[in-house]
Design a protein around this ligand. Structure first.
Ligand code: SF4
Length: 194
């Protein structure tokens, strides 16, 4: 069932007229991945590489925040890597990345992520968090454990260099919250290796 949806997503071109170029859906993982990670939308670099988090955000996320190797991050048994919009959305008239198209979450992501037999969810970025938890404040989501689809869910700020101000204003995220999340993450990955 997940494989069918993945194939449909791969063929999806719904946003072509909004983007002005051919969409390139990016995702990674299989139905037994232990951790489902959902971020916002691929960057231009990821659009070009076809592999998630092969950019500056990925470097921070994998090396500084998770402190895991690429081998562990791209191990399909560990991570299913998706986004609230599967395609890089292009730039707006001011040269900024367009917001991820909402139709992707409604059409695909909501059903896609429920078909995976994961242990936990990690939601990255305020826009993605709002789709999953529309009534909660972002700070509350980040600093407290959440539950979505009856599973433990962590919410992270976006690791993009553009998000430095939020991190500067919330030092307790890096000092206290992140080590707690990292410990759980490592336990799940290690469990997989045993
Ligand atoms: S962003 Fe989602 S809905 Fe839009 S073209 Fe890509 S896969 Fe389809």
């Amino acid at each position: 069932m997940l494989e069918e949806i993945k194939q449909q997503i791969k063929n999806c071109r719904d946003c072509e007229s909004i983007f002005g170029f051919e969409p390139h859906p990016v995702f990674w993982g299989h139905e037994d991945s232990k951790i489902v990670q959902i971020s916002q939308a691929p960057s231009l670099k990821v659009h070009q590489s076809g592999k998630p988090f092969t950019d500056m955000s990925g470097k921070t996320l994998k090396q500084e925040w998770y402190q895991i190797s690429d081998e562990d991050f791209y191990n399909l048994d560990n991570f299913y890597i998706g986004a609230m919009a599967h395609c890089y959305p292009g730039k707006d008239k001011n040269g900024n990345d367009r917001k991820p198209p909402k139709r992707c979450f409604q059409k695909w992501v909501h059903q896609e992520v429920k078909l995976i037999h994961n242990e936990i969810y990690i939601i990255i970025g305020a826009s993605a968090a709002k789709e999953f938890f529309p009534k909660s404040s972002f700070e509350q989501l980040v600093f407290e454990n959440q539950v979505w689809n009856n599973k433990l869910t962590f919410v992270l700020p976006h690791p993009s260099p553009l998000n430095r101000r939020w991190l500067k204003n919330h030092p307790e995220f890096t000092e206290k919250r992140l080590p707690e999340i990292r410990e759980t993450l490592h336990q799940i990955i290690r469990k997989r290796d045993n």
